[in-house]
Design a protein around this ligand. Structure first.
Ligand code: 4AZ
Length: 242
């Protein structure tokens, strides 16, 4: 997050770090590549582009064993008091995620075990059920560039038609947020993380042109557009093992 302020994980207890297991085993924290948002005791919502690395369509998703999820910790390199590592049982990425347009940039990460809620540093965030009005002030947070330390920023939802003009057509499955004067924005390493409006998961950090640049607000997956998809993906998960 550029232009924000440092925070502790207690401020965003729904936020987790999504990591490449192999790199994290070499050095704890080195595998961080994306964020995610806890939406239930077993499910983290993130971006499809964090799990489909090649430029193929339809997308091919990586092995769940390649990833770990770390919750409850403010810092990438330490567990702190309540940090916890979760293995991944299944990744359900959107079947129509497009690597060039980044349309349908959403994935559910199904954890191998239940998040212990008594570790009060991790909690679920409700999904936005309705569109949010332009001008609404929302929160972004993550460990992304330039600080690689957990930061939070406040950004307004931008007018859809303006964003559509700026980016030469933006589908309704994407929304953009940020100031036209730039300054506060998500950045590399914040992908998959939450855009929170009115205490609900409204957007997923997806893409943009640079970070915090004027006239280029960040682009987010429009969560309310994918409620049915989330419901369907969630009901296909196999909870019987635990
Ligand atoms: C990225 O590279 C990225 N300013 C994410 C968000 C934004 C730009 C880049 C939005 O993951």
């Amino acid at each position: 997050v550029v232009g924000g302020h440092p925070i502790s994980i207690e401020v965003v207890p729904y936020q987790v770090s999504v990591r490449l297991r192999a790199f994290d085993e070499i050095e704890f924290g080195a595998g961080h590549m994306c964020s995610g948002t806890v939406i239930s005791q077993r499910v983290v919502c993130s971006a499809a582009h964090c799990f489909a690395d090649n430029a193929t369509y339809p997308p091919v998703y990586n092995d769940p064993e390649d990833y770990i999820v770390v919750g409850g910790s403010s810092h990438l390199n330490t567990f702190g008091r309540f940090g916890q590592v979760y293995l991944v049982q299944e990744i359900i990425g959107h079947e129509a995620y497009h690597p060039f347009t980044l349309e349908n940039d959403i994935a559910l990460v199904f954890l191998n075990s239940y998040i212990p809620w008594q570790h009060y540093t991790t909690r679920a965030l409700p999904l936005a059920t309705q569109q949010v009005q332009p001008g609404t002030l929302c929160l972004i947070s993550g460990w992304g560039n330039p600080f690689r330390a957990l930061h939070q920023g406040v950004v307004p939802i931008q007018d859809q038609r303006l964003c559509s003009f700026i980016y030469n057509h933006l589908p309704i499955s994407q929304i953009c947020a940020g100031y036209l004067r730039g300054g506060i924005d998500a950045c590399k390493g914040d992908s998959g993380g939450p855009l929170v409006c009115r205490g609900q998961l409204t957007g997923i950090v997806s893409w943009g042109v640079d970070c915090g640049r004027d006239f280029f607000p960040g682009v987010y997956t429009n969560v309310s557009h994918f409620l049915k998809w989330i419901e369907r993906a969630n009901s296909s998960l196999d909870y019987s093992k635990f």
